[in-house]
Design a protein around this ligand. Structure first.
Ligand code: B16
Ligand code: MG
Length: 214
């Protein structure tokens, strides 16, 4: 069986992806830039500044780096306001029970997230001290599809990539996993992505997948 499982955070453990959308939408409206859910899907898993560059593709203006920094800060302030409302209620019973079962059958559990807010989100939903390793956007130089975040998470677990499964909702995250030598399970948006070895409809299917692996 897999010895370690590395979970993406936004869109996998909790649905902060919906909050990212609302916060980017508020910034885009403020700047008079068109933004919709399809564009939002391109932002999954990639960093805040890379996301901003994608949003600004629809702007006629050219902005300086200092202006872009201010826009990213503004979006993060909107986003943090939404995160403040989160509590353990935002952790589904399906996710929590599955994590507990995976741990019980001997898996080490880690988070590999591009988000600089990951530790705060984990605290809000009551998982502040739960994982064996948490690697987030503050610790990496290159965000997904670069494998850095997952390689560091595996290293912190003391495991090699071939013994770990990565669970992701973003194509960029599945790419990162495959490039790093991990098997990947796709959930939500990434479920139909061809590079995902497993397609998850429900989170608890992970228990069967992990136990079946030779
Ligand atoms: P922040 P994940 C990613 O988290 C999000 O999917 C992505 O949409 C976001 O831009 C990125 O974190 C950075 O987030 O602005 O909080 O640093 O999916 O890798 O857990
Ligand atoms: Mg995600």
């Amino acid at each position: 069986q897999y010895q370690g499982i590395i979970f993406d955070l936004d869109g996998v453990i909790c649905h902060t992806d919906a909050y990212h959308y609302l916060a980017w939408k508020k910034l885009a409206d403020h700047l008079g830039i068109y933004f919709d859910k399809q564009i939002n899907n391109r932002l999954r898993g990639i960093s805040r500044m890379e996301s901003l560059d994608i949003i600004l593709e629809n702007s006629k203006n050219v902005y300086t780096d200092a202006e872009k920094y201010e826009f990213a800060k503004e979006k993060n302030e909107y986003y943090r306001q939404l995160l403040m409302q989160m509590s353990p209620v935002d952790l589904s019973a399906d996710v929590k029970n599955t994590l507990d079962v995976l741990r019980k059958i001997g898996c080490k559990l880690a988070i590999g997230s591009s988000s600089k807010n990951a530790k705060y989100i984990l605290e809000r939903i009551g998982l502040g001290y739960y994982f064996d390793a948490v690697v987030d956007g503050n610790e990496i130089q290159h965000s997904k599809p670069d494998p850095e975040v997952f390689l560091l998470a595996a290293q912190r677990l003391g495991l090699v990539p071939s013994t770990c499964l990565v669970v992701e909702d973003a194509e960029a995250g599945i790419d990162a996993a495959v490039r790093g030598g991990f098997d990947a399970a796709g959930l939500g948006d990434a479920r139909v992505y061809s590079l995902a070895k497993y397609q998850l409809i429900q989170f608890d299917e992970l228990v069967g997948i992990v136990s079946r692996k030779q």
